[in-house]
Design a protein. Structure first.
Length: 533
């Protein structure tokens, strides 16, 4: 005869974020009340109640579940009671281990009330099948969550766990980003330094020297406790080069949202993998930009073209923008010293000529001062043309491009409308599946087809936007160039910051002799307009 009074019962309750709200029948308080009533009715003594709120059924490293296992190992508990098998866990292999092996080895009776499972009886053959169904439920839920996140990504929503440095969650819309003015000023300064020719290592040292709080320290100061350990281990103002690179490389700062950088490989282990760059989901103009699109792209070019650390203190304002007109390689800065060790003859030359004389058959070399003087003269002329309005007269050169832009705008509108329709269709699919109006196989087939179409036309939309940015109305590009020139109207000397904002590249030809006079062609490709103006 069973002696129920000898049982020391452990009531175990679990609820994950995906199981419902506190008002649901699965809530922690409801589970606890129901199981306490059940134990009293059965005459089981209750040793303790164990609750894990907000933990997935696939995660068995739960605080109170571990505490329960410890009490079982110490012999304090010989009966475990849950509402159903899924409360114990949703991985059928792991849950089967506890119900079939662990509890039996520890001589612990297990009862899942709603599933009518009781290990003291011999009619529990249905238990393994219920575990498999619970596992399938978790797998299907993982797939639905992944699809929902993918849809939110295509909509350009902010879906990351934390906001990028320089932004905060928009108080009027939690799916959008708003500029955090205090941190945004630091980001702007970092981009200004990068445009002036500073390397990421130099920027890192400058921020540390100025004792600017790191992104982690800034967030801790504003109440985010997740980064306390980081700040305690590395300090509040010790910037890392990787942090600076990450900020200068992140397209969020020009107003674009880039999602799907990582994805879950296995819904059980929660293992993540890095998604290839061409598979990222990028939506443009989703929030206010901190830096202009043009300056962000220019910084990317400067980072990509970064030279090795220099061995001299000479300020080369043409660093990364001077090129050989014949082979297209960057010109290398060189110099000669006098007996005092001072630089007397700085010049730029193409070293590719010495590596591959077939690709570059002429010597491309120019004295630094000569190039400096010629470029300064042309920029002064450009500033004068902006001042007297003659620059605007070149608008007619690009009117033919407007027709192509109009066709692309029409296609862009068509794609945008289709994406909006697909979002509604996908939402209806979710509802039909949840209400049982659509079987699982059809649901997955339709959803996969629509997601493939979303990805394909979203990629086309990105390509169109890229083309429109390149083929932007010439008048608008002239206006952009003019606005930048406005900041350098009284130019008396060249600086790296000025050149990086105005000039895409300077191309230097080789010296030739015409009618007894030596000449050397120098071409300036200005930003925005892609050539001389």
């Amino acid at each position: 005869m069973e002696h129920k009074g000898l049982y020391r019962a452990a009531i175990y309750c679990r609820l994950s974020k995906d199981d419902g709200t506190d008002s649901d029948s699965t809530s922690i308080s409801t589970q606890k009340m129901m199981l306490e009533k059940y134990c009293h009715e059965q005459g089981f003594g209750i040793h303790n109640v164990y609750c894990d709120d907000g933990y997935s059924g696939l995660n068995y490293n739960r605080p109170d579940f571990n505490r329960l296992l410890t009490d079982i190992d110490e012999g304090k508990v010989n009966l475990v009671v849950t509402k159903d098998l899924s409360r114990l866990g949703r991985d059928y292999i792991q849950t089967g281990y506890y119900t079939e092996i662990y509890f039996a080895k520890k001589k612990v009776r297990y009862i899942a009330v709603h599933d009518n499972i009781d290990t003291i009886r011999q009619d529990n053959d249905i238990a393994p099948f219920r575990n498999i169904l619970n596992d399938l439920y978790a797998k299907d839920l993982s797939r639905k969550v992944k699809s929902a996140k993918r849809q939110r990504a295509y909509s350009g929503y902010y879906i990351s766990a934390q906001t990028p440095y320089g932004y905060k969650v928009d108080p009027t819309d939690k799916n959008r980003l708003a500029v955090d003015e205090e941190a945004a000023e630091v980001v702007k300064e970092m981009y200004r330094l990068a445009l002036s020719g500073c390397s990421t290592v130099q920027i890192t040292k400058m921020l540390t020297a100025k004792q600017v709080p790191t992104p982690s320290a800034y967030k801790v100061r504003n109440g985010d406790t997740r980064f306390v350990n980081n700040v305690e281990s590395s300090g509040e103002t010790s910037w890392r080069n990787a942090t600076v690179q990450g900020i200068l490389r992140n397209m969020v700062y020009m107003g674009d949202m880039e999602n799907h950088k990582y994805e879950v490989v296995n819904y059980k282990t929660k293992e993540y993998r890095k998604v290839p760059k061409d598979e990222h989901i990028i939506v443009q103009n989703t929030h206010e930009a901190i830096v202009s699109r043009e300056n962000w792209r220019r910084v990317q070019e400067l980072i990509t073209m970064r030279h090795r650390p220099k061995k001299h203190d000479f300020v080369n304002v043409f660093k990364s923008i001077a090129f050989c007109s014949e082979c297209g390689h960057r010109l290398t800065f060189a110099y000669r010293y006098n007996r005092k060790g001072e630089i007397t003859f700085p010049y730029l030359r193409c070293m590719h000529r010495y590596r591959n004389s077939n690709a570059c058959q002429n010597y491309h070399q120019i004295r630094y001062d000569d190039l400096y003087g010629e470029v300064l003269k042309r920029i002064k002329k450009l500033a004068k043309n902006v001042e007297n309005g003659t620059l605007a007269k070149s608008v007619n050169k690009m009117l033919s491009r407007q027709r192509q832009a109009d066709r692309q705008e029409a296609e862009k509108l068509k794609i945008t409308n289709r994406l909006a329709s697909l979002a509604k269709i996908t939402k209806q699919l979710y509802e039909d599946n949840a209400c049982g109006n659509l079987d699982a196989d059809s649901y997955r087939t339709f959803l996969s087809d629509y997601q493939d179409e979303q990805k394909r036309i979203s990629q086309r939309l990105q390509a169109i936007n890229a083309e429109l940015n390149k083929q932007n109305d010439y008048a608008e590009n002239i206006q952009k160039l003019s606005e930048v020139v406005q900041g350098f109207m009284d130019v008396k000397e060249l600086t790296a910051n000025m050149l990086n904002q105005l000039v895409e590249r300077v191309e230097v030809g080789h010296e030739v002799e015409i009618d007894g006079e030596k000449r050397q062609e120098i071409s300036i490709v200005y930003r925005f307009v892609g050539g001389e103006v």
